[in-house]
Design a protein around this ligand. Structure first.
Ligand code: SAH
Ligand code: MG
Length: 209
């Protein structure tokens, strides 16, 4: 990625440490099958730059899916709430304007396509094989497992599945991302190829999930 994009990614609001962002970027750069990339959970577009810059260089598209209303843990009173991201008139989070600005400033408007909606609603009508799927949406048990069930079957054989916030030790963080990581491994269809912080990168090596 260009130095300018890297600076933009580091400056963007969100939840992606630089080393994990660069690992995500490296995964997106390493793809060996054709097709677009898709991330579940874009927030203000931080991870979208790390993935989108690699997609741009390869002439691919990144679908950036988010309802932009925040996860449970982003709501008022929770740990990851940022009060200035609330639309005061309707008292709901709205990260979409920030996301758009991030994508614009990183020169990625020709590559990053926003899908604004609820993840299971979009997954239910999705039919495009993905070269890379990045799961970083709702981290509660139900949202995480729904994302697994709705999106993981769309990863192409030879494609990559990246999961964020995977914490094998419960003292480090919530369980659901770790649980869906285990589901992928136990399915027999995925092989781990990289570990950086809480980011896990798996390659789909077989069809059945
Ligand atoms: N990848 C981001 C952080 C994502 S935070 C970064 O690099 O900073 C998790 C995001 O998932 C939030 O923006 C939230 O709105 C979104 N999300 C949670 N549940 C969702 C759902 N059911 N459908 C769409 N987006 C969802
Ligand atoms: Mg995350």
């Amino acid at each position: 990625m260009s130095q300018q994009q890297q600076r933009r990614a580091e400056a963007a609001r969100g939840f992606m440490p630089p080393d994990e962002g660069l690992a995500l970027h490296a995964a997106a750069e390493s793809l060996s099958v054709p097709g677009p990339l898709l991330e579940v959970g874009s927030y203000c577009g931080k991870s979208s730059i790390y993935l989108g810059s690699a997609a741009q260089a390869a002439g691919r598209v990144l679908f950036a899916l988010d309802h932009h209303r925040g996860s449970e843990e982003n709501q008022a009173g929770w740990e990851y709430h940022e009060p200035d991201l609330v639309d005061d008139e309707i008292q709901k989070m709205d990260t979409l304007p920030h996301f758009r600005r991030t994508v614009h400033d990183a020169d990625l408007e020709g590559t990053v396509v926003a899908l604004v909606g609820d993840s299971p609603v979009v997954a239910a009508v999705w039919s495009i094989e993905l070269a890379l799927l990045f799961i970083d949406g709702g981290h509660g048990s139900e949202p995480a497992h729904r994302d697994y069930e709705g999106w993981v079957p769309h990863v192409a054989v030879g494609g990559l599945l990246c999961i964020h916030d995977v914490f094998p030790d419960p003292a480090d963080g919530g369980r659901p991302p770790y649980e869906i990581y285990l589901r992928a491994i136990e399915s027999g269809a995925f092989t781990e190829v990289a570990v950086t912080g809480s980011l896990r990168t798996l390659k789909r090596t077989a069809t059945g999930i």
